[in-house]
Design a protein. Structure first.
Length: 138
């Protein structure tokens, strides 16, 4: 398994999804505490983490938030934990915790199912700029 710093959480995302890439760009912008690293689901590290966690990505079409040696979260729970970590006006997303996980995940799944149709898809994973390369795991 890849050597991930203990003080970092890893956001695994669909590297060919335009919506997902936009979400990663937003996460980088608001990650003021430098808490997150990123890996596409299609990358060597992404595949290694998925295999380690024994997640069947054919059955779970989701973002994955992995905190090494602690836990991992998927779908709406992962998205909310990521947004909650940003602080500031993002703290308003804490209001969504009042909804049951099953309901939140229905909404998440609806968006995930339609993301390529609504937002498009790339032919390959995004390549980070030199400045951002340190935030990405290969």
């Amino acid at each position: 398994m890849t050597n991930i710093p203990k003080n970092k959480k890893v956001i695994l995302f669909d590297g060919v999804c335009n919506l997902c890439n936009s979400a990663v760009t937003t996460a980088i912008k608001y990650d003021k505490n430098n808490a997150f690293l990123f890996a596409s689901l299609q990358s060597k590290t992404g595949k290694s983490i998925i295999e380690y966690l024994k997640i069947d990505v054919t059955k779970i079409d989701s973002i994955i938030l992995y905190e090494p040696n602690v836990a991992y979260d998927i779908k709406s729970t992962a998205a909310l934990k990521i947004m909650n970590a940003f602080g500031g006006f993002w703290s308003l997303t804490k209001l969504f915790w009042i909804f049951p996980e099953g309901f939140r995940d229905l909404v998440y799944d609806f968006i995930a199912k339609n993301r390529y149709k609504w937002f498009g898809k790339k032919e390959s994973c995004m390549i980070p700029t030199k400045e951002l390369k340190a935030k990405f795991l290969n």
